[in-house]
Design a protein around this ligand. Sequence first.
Ligand code: SAM
Length: 273
Amino acid sequence: MRRYWNARPCNIRHSPKQVGTREYFDEVEARKYFVEPHIPVFAEFERWKGKKVLEIGCGIGTDTIRFARAGARVTAMDLSEESLAVARRRASVFDLEDRITFHQANAERLSETVPVETYDLVYSFGVVHHTPHPRNVIREIRKYMGSRSVLKIMVYHRYSYKVFWILLRYGKGAFWRLDRIIARNSEAQTGCPVTYTYGRRTVRELLEGFVVESTMVDHIFPYSIAQYKRYEYRRAWPLRWMPDSLFRRLERRWGWHLCVTARIEDLDSGESR
Ligand SMILES: C[S@@+](CC[C@H](N)C(=O)[O-])C[C@H]1O[C@@H](n2cnc3c(N)ncnc32)[C@H](O)[C@@H]1O
């Protein structure tokens, strides 16, 4: 896994400018939230001003910076040293080093590296489904949460347009090999070793010991890939002719991102999922 993410940190080509410059980071951020506008809605960056945020799998730090810029104190970790090097550089370019502590670690064994303390928010966007044993990560995350802490986690949605498209395009309909085919084709760079997908029921099973407060499905990547690589945004067939209102309805039903907000189960109050 580490080799895969080191070879191409997530979103590293979101700008053609020189990696590590302010212009590069500004363009990465603009592209990320243009293509995935539901992220700020889900993360609620401003809400965490003055709070402690633990980010699992920060990648090159796009959301990390947004939390810090909004006034949060952030502990951010990732498996990939290459991603962390870019994220650290980013913190320094924006003069946010004093707000962010970075750790290189495996989230499945988080507490061996990141000191255990209670955070207001534990946030993980697009990470847990890429690790071989997601339940281990959830068990570790729980150690960093108190009764008032919030968990916000995005995992890939099994009942999505993207899975349907992968199955048709690469799987020739071979749904019995679906998990392997999804992993191979889920990311910008092919060959991701692990990608699990979840439905609303299975993500609740994953989040054992948590109370799920809300789930939200969003995001269909609509652009023609060849043009997207040239930083041009033109919807691909068959989405090109679709009215925006219908496209949004489709995203909310068959989107690729299953965003879940949860808290730890309060056994004293008898609260349960
Ligand atoms: C799809 S990227 C998402 C990065 C970032 N959250 C974002 O939204 O831009 C997945 C990230 O998860 C990290 N990752 C995968 N498995 C991990 C693990 N077991 N522990 C820590 N990080 C992990 C990868 O190194 C990679 O940076």
